[in-house]
Design a protein around this ligand. Sequence first.
Ligand SMILES: Cc1ncc(COP(=O)(O)O)c(C=O)c1O
Length: 249
Amino acid sequence: MVFRAKATDEYELARRKVTYFVNACDSREIVFTKNATEAINLVAYSWGLSNLKPGDEIITKVAEHHSAIVPWQIVAQKTAAVLKFVNLNQDEVPDIGKLKELLSKKTKIVVVHHVSNMLASVLPIRDIAQWAHDVGAKVLVDACQSVQHMMVDVQGLNVDFLVASSHKMCGPTGIGSLYGKIDLLSSMPPFLGGGEMISDVYLDHSTYAEPPSRFEAGTPAIGEAIGLGAAIDYLSGIGMQTIHDYEVS
Ligand SMILES: Cc1ncc(COP(=O)(O)O)c(C=O)c1O
């Protein structure tokens, strides 16, 4: 029992480390997932299936990692929502002006990388979030290639969802994270069922735990989460500004 309590304490400490690392305001906004791909699928299935209607638009870019494209293809097929892609401009970076033009009242979510794994382009996430919010859309940021290179502040950027992956951050494989604004996570149904995500189970229905447990079905990857926490200690020990300054110098 003592070991179980210690494991739980360390797991929750790792969650708080991710919370501070991305400057979320509440550790309930951090969901541990198997990887970034699972985090994107969680949003696509849970938020997407319950919010997208036929004709709604999902805006993304051709330069996204396939982990950020395929879940939305599947959900678009299931909901008859329309997946729209922004191309590269003449400088071979994502055409942000085109993205802005595509936004309309039909847009329900914008899915963008922060830093591209292919092009190394760094996108103006705060502006994109503002434009998306102006038309009533949500923003999901794939931060797999940014959190380990620069300070990422989800409150400052005002994004709705942000995903990251431990193995890109000097941490172990098998663990990733989803940041979601607490009001959004609270409104979303579970993605997977069973284990810690339940509140009460009856034979004909179940009630669900509050976030983040609602989205962490089964026995969590406790050791991996603690390893991610250690990687965050390492990166924070150097300092994200120091890392960024070194890389751009
Ligand atoms: C930009 C980007 N998004 C998503 C992923 C997928 O991450 P994971 O392997 O944690 O699912 C990667 C991994 O290469 C990536 O570089």
